[in-house]
Design a protein around this ligand. Sequence first.
Ligand code: ADP
Length: 264
Amino acid sequence: IATVAPFGGGAHHPAVAALITIHDESEQQRALEMRTDFVANASHELRTPLASVRGFIETLQGPARHDEAAHDRFLKIMGEQAERMTRLIDDLLLLSRVEEKANLNPTGQVRLNELLNEVVRSLTPAADERRITMTVEPETSSLLAKGERDELFQVFHNLIENAVKYGREGGSVKVHMTENDRDSVRKRVTITVTDDGLGIAPEHLPRLTERFYRVSTEHSRRIGGTGLGLAIVKHILSRHQGELSVESVVGRGTIFKVVLPKYK
Ligand code: ADP
């Protein structure tokens, strides 16, 4: 705070100029710290699968050189680790692209019914694998949200994919859309994604949208993920003047609720 950079000597409003400068410096400092943390976390997340791949390469070159069975097994694991790194890099790039656009205000019109059904179709193979039934309701709806289609696709893809991943095997995932208050001036739409799966303990709820944050349970470790999905959701929604909230009961299930401006 002591170092104030004056704007070109004879400024007409030196006090105001100084105030702005101080504000900028602390903002920049905070952004810098977040950036440093982020790079450290991202490097760590990439290093783990990389270390595993390197370990297997050494084993294949050394002790397991002539072990045919080990070859197949290790190559399969190496493939999975490479896939994990690809997913991480894809998510990191996506997050940075979304952040770049943070100050642009999306104005497009998105037909929710179509969008949600498209997301659900894209996740059908994953849901089938866990024998999960997905539904979008109401079946016929002409609700329009204001926003950018690709980004809103990503939001619901991440939420519904999570519901399928952490949902109950043989259970259901329900997607529901509704208009908030027909009479109010600031019209909004609400979309909920409900699963009947694992649930999330209350202490984790406030931290879910932090980058790389994952609830560490036996199940979620086995499932795998980057911990970036909900951070991406949060960033996209913030640019859309949207809201995200979550309600959950451990062992019963989870409801993620998205509120977006309605396209008039
Ligand atoms: P990930 O790639 O780990 O799924 P996300 O950012 O999408 O990352 O989610 C963060 C964490 O929140 C997940 O690791 C999981 O522990 C928890 N989570 C998200 N959605 C659900 C859900 N529908 N049910 C239970 N837990 C969930």
